[in-house]
Design a protein around this ligand. Structure first.
Ligand SMILES: *Cc1c(COP(=O)(O)O)cnc(C)c1O
Length: 393
């Protein structure tokens, strides 16, 4: 019997909340503004500074931020976005909110990121029929490891599409000399601050961009499409505001923003601890029969949001029993992700199994192991021991 019981359940990810975080939220609760106050722009400024980008728009989720990002780029009925099937459904759903359609580009097996070869081939096939070309391509930095943004940027120039990075996993990661979110190779980058992600605001998200007009559009869309910015108004009475778009209430509260600012102070330490644990996993797992999965390279440093192991093909039939054995040992393994088009809702749109073969091959072997800053070395040893046992059955 192990010494671990339900109280020692090890989830695949969880937040770190410090006393400083708690105090930051309490300060807001005792202040004048619970929402639409000064904590919002100060959180946005922290994001701007951290990412090395010009503008940030905080919202109540990454899903909202994706929706507003797509709208700001003009996505509408008759348009198409391309993303990968290995993502959370929100990446694709947000395009459907705009009445656009979604198509999927296959992934590379080593990273589960969008395959630039598959993308290039698919674009080339559509070159004569412009209506099939995507308006926006949405790469997802799986587990926090950046896609090949230089190549993607090159293709966007050639084919004339916009790029929105779904960096829900990736704050704290880097690409070349940039932090993820610098938007050197994209129009907009979106982050999530859900508690399983790298930093949290409870629920929350943000869109960052270097383009002032995109930032203004997103800022309006997050709050009913309404503005009080005198540059944008046609009248100047003190009470005057104007609605320019059909917007939403996607606002973040000041409590959340204050928590976010406080969390950013811990971000580099969180990522450092995650990186230590990810490297330690790689060492401990070296002798197990697993396929390699890239999270680090000369060009990109992952935020190490997820630690994914890949069963070799012959072991894939065991995935369910390995998963169950880990869960029985109170280890909250998970699978990221079921290909989006496996969902009944997407099947009804005409997608069927076999559409993206690498994505399916990756999915069939994928298991996410626990990884979060407060995971101890001892807990990690326990996870590795149980995985070794489960694989050898
Ligand atoms: C978590 C996540 C989202 C959605 O984030 P929310 O903040 O929960 O809306 C979108 N895309 C990816 C890749 C995610 O991991």
């Amino acid at each position: 019997m192990s010494i671990y019981n339900m109280n020692n359940y090890i989830p695949y990810g969880r937040q770190v909340i410090s006393d400083q975080d708690v105090e930051a939220v309490i300060r807001v609760l005792r202040s004048e503004y619970l929402t639409q106050g000064p904590a919002i722009p100060s959180f946005e400024n922290r994001l701007i500074e951290y990412c090395g980008v010009r503008h940030a728009v905080a919202m109540n989720s990454a899903t909202s931020a994706l929706h507003v990002a797509y709208l700001a780029l003009g996505l509408t009925a008759g348009d198409v976005i391309w993303t990968t099937p290995i993502t959370f459904v929100a990446t694709a759903n947000a395009a459907l909110y705009c009445n656009a359609t979604v198509d999927f580009v296959d992934v590379d097996l080593e990273t589960a990121n969008m395959s630039m070869a598959a993308l290039e081939e698919k674009l080339f096939k559509c070159r004569r029929n412009k209506s099939q070309l995507p308006k926006i391509v949405v790469p997802v930095h799986m587990g926090g490891y950046s896609c090949d943004m230089r190549k993607l940027h090159e293709l966007s120039r050639e084919y004339g599409f916009f790029i929105v990075e779904d960096a829900s996993h990736a704050i704290g990661g880097s690409y070349g000399a940039d932090k993820i979110g610098a938007c050197s190779y994209s129009h907009i980058t979106v982050f999530s601050f859900h508690p399983v992600k790298i930093i949290t605001t409870g629920e929350g998200g943000a869109a960052v961009t270097n383009d002032v007009s995109l930032a203004e559009a997103m800022r309006m869309l997050r709050s009913h499409g309404v503005t009080r910015d005198t540059k944008l108004l046609s009248k100047f009475e003190g009470w005057w505001y104007e609605q320019h778009y059909l917007g939403f209430n996607y606002r973040m509260t000041d409590m959340q923003a204050a928590l976010g600012s406080s969390q950013i102070s811990g971000l580099d330490a969180f990522v450092e601890r995650r990186r230590y644990l990810a490297r330690r996993y790689c060492g401990l797992l070296a002798d197990l029969r697993l396929r390699s999965f890239t999270q680090e390279s000369v060009i990109a440093q992952s935020s190490n949001h997820l630690f994914i192991v890949q069963l070799v093909r012959e072991d894939q039939p065991k995935r369910n029993s390995v998963f169950e054995a880990m869960r029985c040992a109170d280890i909250g393994v998970n699978v990221h992700y079921i290909p989006v088009y496996f969902q009944p809702f997407y099947k009804r749109m005409g997608f069927s199994e076999g559409y993206c073969q690498n994505a399916e091959e990756y999915y069939n072997g994928a298991i996410t192991l626990p990884l979060y800053p407060e995971l101890t070395d001892e807990q990690q040893d326990y996870v590795v021991e149980k995985l070794g046992n489960a694989l050898s059955i």
